[in-house]
Ligand binder design. Structure first.
Ligand SMILES: C[S@@+](CC[C@H](N)C(=O)[O-])C[C@H]1O[C@@H](n2cnc3c(N)ncnc32)[C@H](O)[C@@H]1O
Length: 280
């Protein structure tokens, strides 16, 4: 396997970033294009405002940020402003970057509704040229690091922050709970598995970063579905279209215990990773 010398004597010889890229390629984990996020923007903005997990995830993320001495925050993959909006009430300036124009529109209308004029929305992708992206005191990326080359993204993040960087990363490999993948059965293999968290930690170590690690548990995004069709539609975001056999198995599982199905399976475990930029 590229990146993994068969006679590796020490961890320093393992190219974790190459292993990550190889995983993305081999598992055909294709990051969603901006157009896919565009189509979810309105729903995402609504659900983050209303669903029970909003405050727990957002509060858990915000509560882990050290904002001492911080005037400016760069929020990468900001979506409709889930973090950017509350942060704009705590720091002087927020630059909120996303590749989805509809997400940025949702952010701007929510900022206007809240009377916030200190958020600058920037239409940009992780992969774009960032020459004019400001260097901020703190950079964050919440639930927005599914990219082909995470090492390049993290270097970019580090170059655009003066003090500290923070991001969240799926810690359990999948965006869908295993019990639901088991119900899918034959289609299980087609659900992309996210590169292991250890690759990310190894990558950071090789970047000279001494990362802090914590976890945030949040209800799965399949929780609180309004019915079977909504459940299947949400699941298909992660799995791609489901065939009839899989839908039938899911239908039996759903109908057998709708209350359990509404729970959406085990909570999603996000690794919360942070580091002091000035200290390395
Ligand atoms: C799951 S949402 C997270 C939004 C927000 N940060 C949160 O935690 O609620 C992922 C966001 O990342 C953005 N995103 C995904 N890939 C991106 C890329 N390559 N460049 C910039 N933004 C990206 C999407 O458009 C979407 O708004």
């Amino acid at each position: 396997m590229p990146g993994m010398p068969s006679d590796a004597q020490s961890l320093d010889e393992i190219d974790f970033a190459a292993l990550y890229r190889e995983h993305m390629r081999r598992h055909r984990l294709v990051p969603k294009p901006a157009s896919a996020w565009d189509s979810r923007a309105a729903d995402y903005a609504r659900s983050q405002g209303a669903r029970g997990d909003r405050s727990s995830y957002v509060d858990d993320f915000l509560g882990r940020l050290d904002l001492n001495g911080v005037n400016s925050v760069l929020d990468i993959g900001c979506g409709p402003g889930t973090l950017a909006l509350p942060l704009a009430q705590r720091v002087a300036e927020v630059t909120a970057l996303d590749h989805s124009p509809r997400m940025l529109e949702a952010l701007q209308s929510q900022a206007a509704a809240a009377g916030l004029d200190n958020i600058r929305a920037l239409h940009r992708a992780w992969e774009d040229d960032w020459d004019d992206v400001p260097v901020c005191d703190v950079a964050i990326a919440s639930r927005s690091t599914t990219v082909d080359d995470l090492e390049a993204a993290l270097h970019k993040m580090a170059r655009h922050t003066r003090l500290r960087a923070y991001f969240s990363y799926p810690a359990d490999g999948f965006f869908v709970a295993r019990e639901i993948l088991d119900v899918l059965g034959a289609q299980h293999g087609s659900v992309p598995e996210v590169p292991d968290l250890l690759l990310v930690l190894g990558m950071l170590r090789r970047m000279g970063v001494h990362a802090r690690l914590d976890y945030i548990l949040t209800p799965s995004r399949l929780a609180h579905s309004t019915g079977f069709d909504d459940f299947v539609q949400r699941l298909a975001w992660s799995t791609g279209p489901l065939d009839d056999a899989a839908k039938n198995r899911l239908r039996s599982w759903y109908d057998a215990n709708p209350e359990r199905a509404q729970g959406g399976g085990a909570p999603m475990r996000w690794a919360f990773i942070g580091w002091d930029v000035a200290a390395h």
